[in-house]
Ligand binder design. Structure first.
Ligand code: NAD
Length: 261
């Protein structure tokens, strides 16, 4: 097992890609701090499920990552109860689809704070501990939208391009301290986030949901197949493994060739 004795904090790990990454790291023996917004009681079920399936220590924080003070609480919890964060996966994110002239300002602020600023805060709060230990891995769930744009996604594309820049800066700063920072750039992965987007895009473009899947989402993805959350998780494991040791500041495309256009 790769990560016995290490702690991984995966933000937005109650669902979709983050949950799959947390599962894959737990399967490698890492203790896991889960995070996300869930209904009361769901967190206990999730923790019990992880503990029984993987036999590692598992904690949960419902910190709302749009609030820097809540992030401080989350990192404080991981430091006190788990001895710090060795593997940080910045994954929590939301989407909103609207033409730029109608883009709700509150949605812009939400997406920039969650999809971009939260990763800055978690990174700035864990970097010193990683440098001190001489080992740390930061994996940012970016997107193909860190590399290319699509219409109606001003905030998301801006935030994901921002994450690409943050990834490179942190990679340079950590390089001589045993810290690596990389981003994974998936194309469309069929998760609850994409389900919501299918509905929103259908409304924004005035077409059916089937047409959105065929003509909008997978139109950009040359393989015409969704990426799976498990494939993204396997990439996260690679990036935290000794084989990934010289991968640093990379934006790993997993989009069936989309960004090759
Ligand atoms: P998802 O909706 O399944 O999961 C999102 C997670 O973020 C959940 O755990 C949710 O509780 C959490 N979250 C939402 N708001 C939060 C907040 N304010 N504070 C803390 N946690 C919060 O989404 P997903 O598709 O698994 O997306 C995960 C990441 O992958 C996002 O950053 C997304 O941009 C990125 N991504 C997704 C796709 C895709 O096609 N699904 C493609 C590329 C990149």
């Amino acid at each position: 097992m790769l990560h016995r004795g290490k702690t991984a904090l995966v933000t937005g790990s109650t669902s979709g890609i983050g949950k799959a990454i947390a599962e894959a790291l737990a399967a490698e023996g890492a203790d896991i701090v889960l995070n996300g917004l869930v209904e009361p009681g769901e967190d206990e079920k999730l923790v019990a499920d992880f503990e029984s399936r993987f036999g590692v220590k598992v904690g949960f924080s419902g910190a709302n990552l749009t609030d820097p003070e809540a992030i401080e609480g989350l990192i404080g919890y991981a430091t006190r109860d788990f001895g710090g964060v060795d593997i940080l996966v910045n994954n929590a994110g939301v989407q909103h689809v609207a033409p730029v002239e109608d883009f709700p300002v509150a949605k812009w602020d939400l997406i920039i704070s969650l999809n971009l600023s939260a990763a800055f805060h978690t990174t700035r709060m864990t970097m010193a501990g990683m440098k001190e230990k001489g080992w740390g891995r930061i994996v940012n769930t970016a997107s193909a939208h860190a590399l290319v744009a699509s219409p109606y996604k001003a905030a998301y594309v801006a935030a994901k391009h921002g994450i690409a820049g943050l990834t490179k800066v942190v990679a340079l700063e950590g390089a001589e301290h045993g810290v690596r920072c990389n981003a994974i750039c998936p194309g469309y992965v069929h998760t609850p986030l994409v389900d919501a987007q299918i509905t929103d895009t259908a409304r924004a473009r005035g077409i059916s949901e089937e047409e959105v899947k065929r003509d909008v989402l997978l139109a950009a993805q040359p393989t015409k197949q969704f990426v799976t959350a498990e494939q993204v998780a396997a990439m996260a494991v690679f990036l935290t493994s000794p084989s990934g040791d010289q991968v640093n500041g990379a934006l790993m495309q997993m989009d069936g060739g989309w960004a090759a256009h």
